[in-house]
Design a protein around this ligand. Structure first.
Ligand SMILES: [Zn+2]
Length: 235
């Protein structure tokens, strides 16, 4: 069956209205997008003036208006309801009901985490290498503090490899990046190559060396990795 919304692709979804569509929502169909665009162009050419042509940028066109006192608002509301019902529009919150729950879990995890002074040091460390701005939690719930951590954790998760992120190194307050449980292997991610940059890393470099010393002293099996490819070779 072909998509009914004009893209000429195979339909992958059957919508509530019974029509086949290439996408979950016709709004994502290339054919539909083109039609809408052309339709708007035509309307504009014919002098159509959408409600959101404000006199002043900060002014909101529908401020103080409601479906009860404004024809355009009423029409908009009706169209929206109609489209939700016939399946041509899928509310963005559909299927996202876990969100609040996940948010709480993430928030508790982070709070606990930032209380740990060693962890804060490690975070500063990552901050210095410009790793921030990309922190978050992987789909399976591992917190990451940089893009490289994210890539490595996701790689391990997808391969179903048992690991612990940010585990305390034995007999030390310092924290490792990754511990591979089955291999009993400790991994340090060195995305910036600290050895090369030790001059400007200063104290941060010393911290790093101390950490390596702890591994060596205890005869722990450890490896330094520099990128995503390295992890693939280890597991
Ligand atoms: Zn389509």
């Amino acid at each position: 069956m072909k998509c009914k919304y004009g893209c000429n692709q195979e339909a992958k979804f059957i919508l509530v209205n019974g029509k086949g569509c290439c996408s979950k929502s016709p709004n994502s169909c290339g054919g539909m997008k083109l039609k809408n665009k052309q339709g708007l162009k035509r309307k504009r050419k014919n002098g159509w003036n959408p409600g959101y042509n404000f006199k002043n940028e900060n002014e909101i066109w529908n401020k103080g208006l409601s479906a009860n006192n404004d024809k355009r608002v009423k029409k908009g509301k009706e169209t929206l309801i109609f489209r939700y019902k016939n399946g041509t529009l899928i509310p963005s919150f559909l299927g996202k009901f876990h969100k609040e729950k996940s948010k709480k879990i993430i928030s508790t995890k982070l709070k606990k985490f930032y209380k740990d002074p060693e962890e804060r040091k490690r975070l500063r460390d990552i901050g210095r290498k410009g790793g921030f701005g990309k922190k978050g939690i992987t789909e399976k719930g591992t917190r990451y503090e940089s893009l490289i951590e994210k890539e490595i954790f996701e790689y391990l998760e997808n391969k179903n490899i048992l690991f612990e992120a940010h585990k305390h190194i034995p007999n030390s307050s310092k924290i490792s990046d990754v511990y591979l449980i089955e291999k009993d292997l400790w991994i340090e991610i060195d995305g910036i190559n600290r050895e090369k940059r030790k001059k400007w890393l200063g104290k941060n470099y010393e911290y790093w060396l101390d950490k390596l010393k702890i591994y060596k002293k205890q005869n722990l099996n450890y490896k330094i990795i520099y990128n995503k490819k390295d992890i693939a070779q280890l597991v």
